[in-house]
Design a binder for this molecule. Sequence first.
Ligand code: 13P
Length: 256
Amino acid sequence: MNKNLRRAVIAGNWKMNKNRAEAKALLAELLPMVKEADCGVIVCVPFTDLETALEATRGTSVAVGAQNCHWEKSGAFTGEISAQMLAEMGIQYVIIGHSERRQYFGETDETVGRRVRAALDAGLQVILCVGETLSQREQGITGEVVGLQTKVALQGVSAEELQKIIIAYEPVWAIGTGRTATSAQANEVNHLIREVVAGLYSKADADALTIQYGGSMNAKNAAELLGQEDVDGGLIGGASLKAPDFTAIVNAASGK
Ligand code: 13P
């Protein structure tokens, strides 16, 4: 079993939810509940909640992440936020390449790769999302799609920098649909990603990499998914907006 070589990490992706007051209230409820967590816990909040989340989590073991960053340090990029800006605030993590960014905002494997590079250069840790659509799964090209997304995003990333990366496998068809991948499907693709990473780096580097599953993970199915050899955590959407549900997932990852 190589599972114990890597750290389990549960990250909440709040997406475009919670204003400042709501963020404060959710964190006030959540933080005492996850105090004893025996895994990494991250909350990835909207840009407008970053300061609130940093203040609320100060002195706790819960880390704060953003949901995107631009690849340039500064400049004429209306509406974008740079990795440097996040790092200077004290943000530790950033989600990059989420399927909603790819689907609605024109992100490509290439721009995802540029954002990963910028995040690492700024000293941020990255949650890199990959995943196939339903039609790609039905065509039987899940492995090719996810493998390519992984390879392009990691182009130019050194083995040392890889330690700052978490990969989240999020099948697009399972996101927000209530349709979860079976634990066997999740484990199969996570394993495949690990093999791609082993090919790019080494088996030891791949064995040390945290690979999450995301897509309708909830309080009920978390233990089964997280019990899989290659599933090292979760990237949680809907269930991260409710403190008891998110806590149940954190507890499942902590073996409680
Ligand atoms: P849901 O948990 O709501 O399906 O969202 C998953 C996700 O996209 C996390 O990034």
